[in-house]
Structures are given as structure tokens and as C-alpha cells.
Design a protein around this ligand. Structure first.
Ligand SMILES: CC(C)(COP(=O)(O)OP(=O)(O)OC[C@H]1O[C@@H](n2cnc3c(N)ncnc32)[C@H](O)[C@@H]1OP(=O)(O)O)[C@@H](O)C(=O)NCCC(=O)NCCS
Length: 170
């Protein structure tokens, strides 16, 4: 039996281990980390998934700002422990957190990731065509999803860190 719950301060060390194992020790060099540096994650959208008390998976979100005026969410990192992959746990965390983000009134979500994995949730590279990340990423990986129809329509400009997050204290 798996349970999704909000990330708690005591989960931090286990999540760091999971992220190191999932993305490698140089994960902080990735483009998305440039948008997370010195900005706390949005605690109300960071979830862990546990089975038999073991931490199996984690998803976090960060606040970003598009073109200096349009707030959005940055989804990720999402990681599922090696032993639990292929059981739809990643999809469950995405579905759960996007539902929560919608309820909280967020309009748009951005991410850098595998398009095939995120397409079923409404993510598309077409919605990010006018947006520029602080550092380049492989083509086809920068995607957006509108939680409110039209939230990304016609937007162009840089995506930058936003400093309105509420920290999950370690
Ligand atoms: C990617 C990841 C989160 C998937 O988690 P998961 O719980 O194993 O995935 P799910 O069980 O929810 O989904 C499995 C499905 O997604 C597909 N899938 C898994 N990883 C994928 C990927 N990187 N790209 C495209 N499809 C992928 C599987 O083929 C499977 O397809 P099916 O349902 O048609 O059989 C997990 O493999 C992981 O943590 N990887 C390392 C970190 C990472 O890459 N995170 C995502 C950043 S974009």
C-alpha cells in the first residue's frame, strides 16, 4: 500500500540520497538547478510517496517568473527509487501534485524532461516556444502545461527564479 503525503522537514536527507542515485552526483549542474538556486521549494507542492514506511519517490516544485511578470511552477525533480520503478508511482505523484497545484490556483507549469513521459499530462514543447531558460537544454525537453487555459499563450521572454516560495526546512 502506497501513500502520498506532503514532504516533511525530516524527509530531506532521504530525498537527497534518492536524487543523487537517480540523477547522479553532478545533478546540480543541470539547467533546472539554475532556476532553483537560493530559492526555497514550494512546500505545499512537495510530496513524497511511501510504501511500508520506506520513501519510494519524491516530487518537488519551485516558483519561477516568466518575462518578469507571469508566475509559473517549475516541476521537478521527480524521482522514483530504482526498486519501485515501472509501478506508476511517478505518474501518481505527477497527477496528485498537478491536481493540488490546480486547486491552489496556479496557472502554468514548466519542466525540463522527457516529452514522452509528460505528454499524457498535457505538457507540450509548443507552449514554451517563446521562452528562454538561463542555460540551454537539449531540444524537445523544455515543456509547459496550462492549468488555466491560455496561461502560457503568447508569452515570450526569460524564465527566471521567483522568490516567493515557502521553504521545506531541512
Ligand atoms: C522517470 C521516472 C520518474 C519514471 O518513474 P516510474 O514510476 O518508473 O514511471 P511510471 O511507472 O509512472 O511510468 C512508467 C511508464 O513511463 C515510461 N517511462 C519511464 N521513464 C520514462 C522516460 N524517461 N521517458 C519516457 N517514458 C518513460 C515507461 O516506459 C512506462 O511506460 P508504459 O506505462 O507505457 O509501460 C523514474 O524512472 C526515475 O526516477 N528516473 C530517474 C530520474 C528521472 O529521470 N526523473 C525524471 C526527470 S524527467
Amino acid at each position: 500500500m502506497y501513500q502520498i503525503s506532503l514532504e516533511q522537514p525530516g524527509d530531506g536527507a532521504e530525498i537527497e540520497t534518492l536524487l543523487d542515485q537517480s540523477f547522479g552526483p553532478d545533478r546540480r549542474q543541470r539547467a533546472a538547478y539554475g532556476l532553483r538556486q537560493d530559492v526555497p521549494a514550494l512546500g505545499e507542492l512537495c510530496f513524497v510517496l511511501r510504501g511500508a514506511r520506506l520513501l519510494c519517490a519524491s516530487i518537488r516544485y519551485w516558483p519561477v517568473m516568466i518575462a518578469g511578470r507571469q508566475p509559473a511552477l517549475l516541476l521537478g525533480p521527480l524521482a522514483v527509487g530504482q526498486a519501485w520503478r515501472g509501478r506508476s508511482l511517478g505518474k501518481a505523484l505527477i497527477r496528485h501534485s498537478l491536481g493540488r497545484a490546480r486547486l491552489l490556483g496556479h496557472g502554468a507549469v514548466l519542466l525540463i524532461g522527457d516529452a514522452d513521459y509528460y505528454r499524457p499530462f498535457g505538457f507540450s514543447t509548443e507552449l514554451t516556444g517563446g521562452l528562454a531558460l538561463p542555460s540551454p537544454v537539449e531540444p524537445g525537453r523544455f515543456q509547459g502545461c496550462e492549468l488555466v487555459p491560455g496561461a502560457l499563450a503568447g508569452l515570450s521572454g526569460p524564465v527566471e527564479p521567483a522568490r516567493c516560495g515557502q521553504a521545506v526546512e531541512a
